[in-house]
Design a protein around this ligand. Structure first.
Ligand SMILES: [Zn+2]
Ligand SMILES: [Zn+2]
Length: 258
């Protein structure tokens, strides 16, 4: 990958684009998220006590859904759009561009900057879950969404810990147990051209999505339909074209591994 001629954006310009308006937006998002999640928890709490095993199953599905969601949002923001887009560009795309240019910057983010974006994304989903009707299936869905939104809230924190040189001891235990994103696993994404291992909640789905060519196939479909070049804004047109034309990863050989 050394001869890709990757051209990334200026680190200082990306940092300066973190304005007071974006910070206010993040603070409002965190406050909104706390209110909506409290409302959702109150609406499902009686059913959790009645049926703890069903609730546990829903929580597990929600955790895995969050891992997938983290990968999907990360892939979308890494691959398409520019940091100059109004609102979404400044608030959602810019941090992903900055993260590829300076992966340690996230370790200097405070609570608001770390968690504001994910609160904004998950609040409307949690609000819809709180409005779901009664019934076992609806309860399962609401409990699943509660766990998913909680794990999405934790995602940037887990991501930040994966970049810290010396995270707290309990964090290291969770990372080694593969219950939150392990640093060595996430390091695969930070190898240029940053085109795989997008899931950053825990990373359980990364290898499967890579082998299934999930994001690569989506990129080909979107590029074909729109004429856009995946990750052109992130690494420059020349490198993006080279990456887009690379052959897909080999599928697992079942004769050897199954
Ligand atoms: Zn990325
Ligand atoms: Zn990272």
């Amino acid at each position: 990958m050394k001869d890709l001629e990757i051209r990334q954006r200026d680190r200082r310009a990306l940092r300066e684009a973190y304005s007071r308006a974006v910070r206010n937006f993040e603070i409002a998002s965190i406050a909104g998220y706390a209110l909506v999640m409290a409302w959702l928890l109150m609406s499902i709490a009686p059913r959790i006590a009645e049926n703890p095993f069903l609730a546990f199953a829903a929580f597990m599905v929600g955790f895995i859904a969050a891992d997938f969601g983290s990968g999907f949002v990360h892939w979308t923001a890494d691959t398409w759009g520019t940091a100059e887009w109004p609102i979404i560009g400044k608030a959602l795309i810019r941090p992903f561009r900055e993260h590829h240019v300076d992966e340690k910057e996230i370790t200097r983010h405070d609570f608001v900057e770390t968690n504001g974006n994910n609160c904004f994304i998950s609040s409307p989903v949690a609000a819809i879950a709180a409005l779901l009707p009664d019934g076992t299936v609806w309860f399962f869905l609401a409990a699943m969404i509660f766990a998913m939104c909680l794990a999405i809230f934790g995602t940037n924190q887990f991501h930040k810990w994966a970049h810290m040189d010396a995270p707290p001891r309990y964090v290291q235990v969770l990372q080694r147990a593969n219950l939150i994103l392990p640093p060595e696993h996430h390091a695969v994404h930070h190898t240029a051209p940053h085109a795989k291992y997008y899931c950053i909640t825990v990373g359980w789905l990364n290898e499967a999505l890579f082998r299934l060519r999930f994001f690569q196939t989506l990129e080909k479909i979107i590029a074909h339909l729109t004429g856009l070049i995946p990750r052109e804004d992130d690494i420059g047109k020349r490198a993006a074209l080279v990456v887009a034309q690379q052959p897909p990863p080999p599928l697992p050989d079942c004769r050897r591994s199954c």
